[in-house]
Design a protein around this ligand. Structure first.
Ligand code: GUN
Ligand code: FE
Length: 453
C-alpha cells in the first residue's frame, strides 16, 4: 500500500515504451525519466545521459531496470469499465447472453453487497488484482448500496489507485425486487451521498472521482435518466453507462423509449450524452448514432472479451475511430473473464482480426494501436489526457515496470517455454514488446506507480 511519506525525487532509468501516436510506439532503449516530489514527470532523457549530473537531481533516488524489461504507462482501464462487484463471477457465464446473464448471474451477486464485510473482502481483492495487472486507473461500477460503494472509493484511495467509482442506479422493474432502487428520487439521493463522500475523502479529485452510473436504459426510467442528466449538469461529475451491447437489449430499448430516435438518442434526450460520458460496448450502433456520439464528444469503452463471452457481437473499433470517437478498453468484469487490460488488449486485436477475415485487412488493429487504446486512448475516455497516458513532461508518473526475465515459477526450462523470454538473446526491442503483449501476464508487471507512488 502507498505510504504517507513524502515522495523523493526519482529518476527511472532504463528502456521505456509508450504511444507516440495512435499507430506508433516510441521504443527508447536508454531512457531516464525524472519524477519530482509531486509525482510529475520533469524530464525525459532519451540518451541515458545526465542521470548523475543533472543540476538539482544529483541526490535523486534512482530506480533502474536491471535485466530485460522496460517501463510502460499504467493501463487505463477506463480499464474504462469494470464491475468491481462482479469479480467473484469471473469466468462464470455459461451459454447466457446479456439479458438472462444479468438475471441469472449478476443481480443475485450484486444484491448481496448489502453485506459490507463481503464487499470489503471482494473490493480489496479487485483493487489489488487490477493494480497487480498494471491498471493504474479504473472506472468502476459498484452496486446500488451506498455504504459498499463508498467503501470501494476508500479502498482505491488507500491502495493508491486512480479510480472513478460509480454507484449503480436502476429503478425500473427489469431489476428484481431484491435489487432495485425504490424510486428515481431515491437513486438521485443515493448518488448525491456518494458524491459527497468522495468530496470528503479526496476534495481535489487527486485520485478518486465519483461517476454517475445509470446501469443502462432498460434498468432506468425516463424520469430517472432525466434526473441523472440534471445531476450531471449541476455537479459536473462524469457519467458512465452501457449502450447497444446486445440485439435483444436494443429491441427492448425501442419498446421502452418509443419517443426517442435511437438508443443513443435516449441518453441524449436525458442530457447524458456529453463529453464526460463513457459508453460501454457500443456494438450495434447505427452510423447516425455514431455521428451523434461524436458530435457530443462522448467516449466509448470497447469490451472485446465480454462481447465475445456473452456473445454480444463484434464491435467495429476501426469505424468508431474513423468516425472520430475516442475509444478506450474495458475488461467489463465479469461479462469479461479477466481483470487484465493486457488480456483485453489481445482480445481487441483478436476481434478485429475476426472481422478482418470477413471485411478486409483495413479493420485489423495492430499491436501499436491496441496499446494506444489501453493507455492514451483510455486517458482521453476518462478525461485525463493532460495528466496520464504516456511519459510526457508535465504528466503524472503512472507506470508499470515490465520484466521479461523474471517469471519465477522455480523451473528454468519452463520459464523459457512459458514466459515471453528472449531465448537466444538477440531479439529486437519491437519483438520483445510483441512477446509481452501476446504472452505476458501479471507476473511480468513487477512494480506499479500511480502519481509517483
Ligand atoms: N448491461 C447492463 N448491466 C450490465 C452489466 O453489468 N454488464 C454488462 N456487460 N452489460 C450490462
Ligand atoms: Fe459492463
Amino acid at each position: 500500500m502507498p505510504s504517507d511519506k513524502p515522495l523523493e525525487r526519482t529518476i527511472y532509468v532504463g528502456p521505456f515504451v509508450h504511444s507516440k501516436t495512435f499507430d506508433e510506439l516510441e521504443l527508447c532503449e536508454d531512457g531516464a525519466i525524472g519524477v519530482d516530489e509531486k509525482g510529475k514527470i520533469t524530464f525525459v532523457d532519451r540518451h541515458g545521459t545526465g542521470v548523475s549530473n543533472r543540476p538539482g537531481w544529483e541526490s535523486a533516488k534512482v530506480v533502474r531496470i536491471s535485466g530485460k524489461g522496460f517501463f510502460f504507462p499504467g493501463f487505463i482501464g477506463p480499464d474504462s469499465h469494470i464491475h468491481a462487484s462482479q469479480y467473484p463471477n469471473l469466468g462464470i457465464f455459461g451459454k447466457s447472453t446479456l439479458l438472462d446473464w444479468l438475471q441469472t448471474y449478476t443481480f443475485p451477486l450484486e444484491g448481496s453487497f448489502s453485506d459490507l464485510e463481503k464487499a470489503r473482502k471482494i473490493y480489496n481483492r479487485v483493487v489489488a488484482r487490477t493494480l497487480a495487472n498494471g491498471t493504474t486507473t479504473a472506472a468502476y461500477y459498484a452496486t446500488i448500496h451506498v455504504p459498499a460503494t463508498n467503501l470501494l472509493a476508500d479502498i482505491c484511495q488507500t491502495r493508491g489507485q486512480r479510480a472513478f467509482v460509480g454507484r449503480v442506479c436502476m429503478n425500473s422493474t427489469l431489476s428484481p425486487d431484491y435489487y432495485r432502487d425504490e424510486s428515481a428520487e431515491q437513486a438521485i439521493k443515493a448518488s448525491r451521498e456518494c458524491i459527497e463522500h468522495v468530496k470528503k475523502i479526496d476534495p481535489a479529485n487527486e485520485l478518486i472521482s465519483h461517476i454517475i452510473t445509470p446501469r443502462f436504459a432498460p434498468s432506468c426510467t425516463k424520469e430517472s435518466l432525466k434526473m441523472l442528466g440534471d445531476l450531471h449538469r449541476e455537479t459536473g461529475v462524469p457519467c458512465q453507462t452501457h449502450i447497444s451491447e446486445n440485439k435483444n437489449e436494443c429491441e427492448l430499448v425501442k419498446e421502452l423509449y418509443p419517443e426517442s430516435k435511437s438508443y443513443a438518442g435516449v441518453y441524449d434526450d436525458a442530457g447524458l450524452l456529453t463529453d464526460k460520458m463513457i459508453l460501454a460496448h457500443a456494438v450495434h450502433l447505427t452510423q447516425e448514432e455514431k455521428e451523434l456520439i461524436r458530435d457530443r464528444k462522448s467516449k466509448i469503452s470497447h469490451c472485446p472479451a465480454s462481447n465475445t463471452a456473452i456473445t454480444s457481437g463484434c464491435c467495429r473499433v476501426r469505424e468508431l475511430m474513423d468516425t472520430g470517437i475516442d475509444v478506450g478498453l474495458g475488461t467489463d468484469v465479469s461479462g469479461g473473464f479477466s481483470p487484465s487490460i493486457l488480456e483485453v488488449t489481445r482480445q481487441a486485436i483478436w476481434v478485429s482480426r475476426h472481422i478482418a477475415m470477413h471485411e478486409g485487412d483495413h479493420v485489423k488493429l495492430s499491436t501499436e494501436e491496441a496499446l494506444y487504446l489501453a493507455t492514451r486512448g483510455g486517458a482521453k475516455v476518462v478525461g485525463l489526457e493532460d495528466k496520464i497516458g504516456g511519459f510526457d513532461v508535465g504528466k503524472e508518473f503512472d507506470a508499470q515496470m515490465v520484466r521479461l526475465d523474471e517469471v519465477q515459477d522455480g523451473d528454468d526450462e519452463l520459464d523459457d517455454e512459458d514466459g515471453p523470454v528472449d531465448i537466444f538473446g538477440n531479439e529486437s526491442f519491437e519483438n520483445t514488446v510483441a512477446k509481452w503483449v501476446y504472452n505476458g501476464n501479471h507476473q511480468n508487471t513487477v512494480a506499479v506507480w500511480v502519481k509517483g507512488r
